[in-house]
Design a protein around this ligand. Structure first.
Ligand SMILES: C[S@@+](CC[C@H](N)C(=O)[O-])C[C@H]1O[C@@H](n2cnc3c(N)ncnc32)[C@H](O)[C@@H]1O
Length: 208
């Protein structure tokens, strides 16, 4: 019994490694195609499956254009990307990995390339805690308890998905610290941002 279970586990492991190698080859082939054509390259990081026209999506999940773990480096040569956007993704990355990722984003951007992001505003949830005013907690699996502190639990942990809290100050600071220029908070942009996230989000943009 133990022997056959070991064989099955080994087969599963080999299959999963093959799948990962195939996904990596596909991702790198897409990168090569993207950077040789003579048109602007715009990346959306942590996009999930959704895709905006003319944006190349990068995420862990199948169905995006480039399936890639963004804590393992960005598979683009330096100075080849025109714009990078992300929505509700940066808070999923541990602080140390986030610093590395933001530095890599800056490196792969062309001179004066745009970095634009939207993250949940932890300040909204902390205000709700102190004021007692309700804030909507849309993601059901992350809801827990009914006390005021549970809206802080919601945004801080998001059922285990969140690794970092942002407010207006530290969002700008982290971009300045990682070498971006002209860092500024921006307004909601209907061409890029999701309306359903507007009530709980802060928006920032910066230049390489
Ligand atoms: C909350 S979803 C945001 C999806 C979409 N951008 C939006 O605003 O609705 C966070 C996304 O980040 C992706 N993600 C988390 N960690 C990642 C990683 N290490 N590498 C690539 N994508 C990751 C998840 O797969 C997920 O699609």
């Amino acid at each position: 019994m133990g022997f056959w279970a070991d064989i099955r586990a080994a087969k599963k492991l080999i299959k999963s490694r093959r799948r990962k190698r195939r996904a990596k080859r596909r991702a790198l082939a897409t990168v090569r195609e993207l950077i040789v054509v003579d048109r602007p390259v715009k990346l959306e990081l942590g996009s999930a499956r959704k895709g905006k026209d003319s944006w190349t999506t990068v995420d862990l999940v199948a169905g995006c254009d480039i399936c890639w773990d963004l804590t393992k480096g960005l598979p683009f040569p330096e100075g080849t990307i025109d714009a990078i956007y992300s929505s509700h993704f940066l808070e999923h990355i541990k602080y140390r990995d986030l610093i590395v990722l933001l530095e890599q984003c800056r490196q792969v951007l062309r001179p004066d390339g745009l970095f634009s992001a939207c993250v949940p505003d932890a300040g909204v949830f902390l205000s709700a805690y102190f004021s007692g005013v309700d804030v909507s907690l849309d993601y059901e699996p992350a809801r827990c308890g009914s006390k005021r502190i549970d809206c802080v639990n919601y945004i801080a942990y998001m059922d285990g998905h969140h690794k970092h809290l942002f407010d207006r100050e530290n969002l700008c600071q982290i971009l300045e610290d990682t070498g971006y220029r002209n860092v500024r908070l921006r307004e909601f942009d209907e061409a890029m941002d999701m309306p359903e996230r507007r009530h709980e989000s802060i928006y920032v943009e910066a230049r390489k």
